[in-house]
Design a protein around this ligand. Sequence first.
Ligand code: C2E
Ligand code: CA
Ligand code: CA
Length: 404
Amino acid sequence: MAHAEQIADLRLLVVEDHGFQRWMLANTLAKLGARYVFLAEDGEAAMKLLANLDAPFDIVVSDLDMPKMDGMEFIRHLGDFGTPVSLIIASGLEPSIIASVEKMARAYGVNLLGTVPKPSTAKQLLDLIQLHGPSHARQRAAPSVRIAFALDEILAGLRNGEFEPFFQPKIEVRTGKVRGAEALARWRHSGKGLVAPYAFIELLEESGHIDELTWVMLEKAAAACGAWQAAGFDGSVSVNLSLKSLADPRAAERIAQVVTRQNITPRDVILEITESATTKDLGSTLENLSRLRMKGFGLAIDDYGTGHSSMQHLSQIAFTELKIDQSFVRNASTQEASRAMLESSLELAAKLKIVAVAEGVEMMVDWDLIKKLDCHLAQGYFIALPMDAGAYLRWLRERERPRE
Ligand code: C2E
Ligand code: CA
Ligand code: CA
């Protein structure tokens, strides 16, 4: 499920009390090719539509905070309804609330495709709509089913070389100069087009196969970094590392070998580790991280602000970069709590003398704010979308002057 002509056949319902937001969502869906978009201003109106229309909906896009019947109650009824339907939550609420609603939705047996912020981009909606496979339409999803691919399929794709990094630039806010790029995994699926990480990371992590992706990504990302350096563009490459990949005490050594084989040095590579991750192998994780730092790799705390757990132990490690989670960045200009989180993260980075990166800079207002707050680096759709290696090099050439 991916293309405009398939979206054209989907029956979509937008449940949102705010008139302008409702219109925005409908408009974005229409731009993606949707022809059947129904609108409801709250859960009650949505239930009436669900009860009265002859054909079921395929995907419901719903707000949470609504008068009369709120999103939580509506999701419960959606689960009771019996007809299979996929759900996308559109909400500007705090990540912690959203996370618990996500759990709740799965527990009610609703096929949750994911959450988009408000306002959301066409790409964010499209990424989730693509997860609505034909299988969901036919059978009622079991609780906690979310991934549209079987593990076998993913592993076959990996072993068949179908995974590659896309690159999203990180730029210096003060000067606008490109400082590097983050490698984000994409699966070029022969039938389904480009598949985003939502659809495979979780399964790979849970099944203990995430390492296979890590090595592919590291090698291809290092090779791309070598290529842009050879073309005269400096800049580091950031690779996402699952904590699970650090359970083996030899991991740091192996990471160093992969990188140097591609003719770049550990100083060109930043390893990003999400703050919310947990590990049972604290000893070997710390050993690996210390060794990685010793070899000169950069280490970034990813999604800062969303987690707590093991990072408390890991804070003993000299991280070099703090990536502020996109939910705070995106909401900072409209929500006080997010703004406070953004500011205190920047203060922490300043105290630790490490680089602060604002993720998810989507709009002009986000950019203006992080500039005012003196954030070092920024990443987000406002600057550029993730691109494949070829497109990234072309983007660099258009934007930067190569070193002499
Ligand atoms: P992340 O590391 O936090 O990566 C940033 C995500 O935000 C990417 O999603 C990126 O496309 C998206 N993004 C960038 N700018 C914006 C923006 O302005 N607005 C919005 N709304 N989103 C923006 P993506 O590529 O779908 O990756 C999702 C997550 O999957 C990543 O989050 C990372 O945790 C994980 N991931 C991706 N590649 C790998 C990998 O190779 N290994 C591992 N272990 N995890 C990976
Ligand atoms: Ca990351
Ligand atoms: Ca992140």
